[in-house]
Design a protein around this ligand. Structure first.
Ligand code: ZN
Length: 134
């Protein structure tokens, strides 16, 4: 599946998350001080307030927490329907990504399903989408 997606704004704070896919990595903001994970990226660690935290790669797998199906083409070129899911990210306790599940139909997906990341490249952005783990 390929479609027009709203382009996220890239800055020093968000760039690692949106471009890690170029190296095949799902990068989540991680604080070496308290071992806390933060998403979406914030200037300060949401757990301890430290400023100089960075990013770390997680395995790229996760579990579907909940999902819904969008039937509305919000933008020109948007292909519907598509699945919007909240995925609990392995290796980053407390982090959920709101993302799309690709390569599967609504009827084949259930909360609790295991998924893994697949990146959709659009220029320098690599959108982290998920597909069902085999
Ligand atoms: Zn911290």
């Amino acid at each position: 599946m390929s479609m027009t997606r709203p382009r996220p704004r890239l800055d020093d704070l968000t760039r690692p998350f949106w471009t890690g896919g170029a190296k095949g990595l799902l990068l989540i903001q991680h604080c070496p001080s308290c071992d806390g994970w933060t998403h979406p990226p914030l200037p300060l660690c949401r757990h301890c307030g430290r400023e100089d935290h960075g990013f770390a790669a997680v395995p790229g797998t996760g579990t579907v927490d909940s999902f819904t199906v969008n039937h509305q083409p919000w933008l020109p070129g948007m292909e519907v329907p598509f699945i919007i899911a909240r995925v609990a990210i392995d290796g980053a306790p407390g982090v959920y990504l709101t993302t799309n599940i690709v390569g599967c139909e609504e009827a084949d997906l259930a909360a609790g399903d295991r998924v893994r990341v697949t990146f959709e490249e659009q220029g320098d952005i690599h959108f982290p989408l998920f597909e069902k783990a085999k």
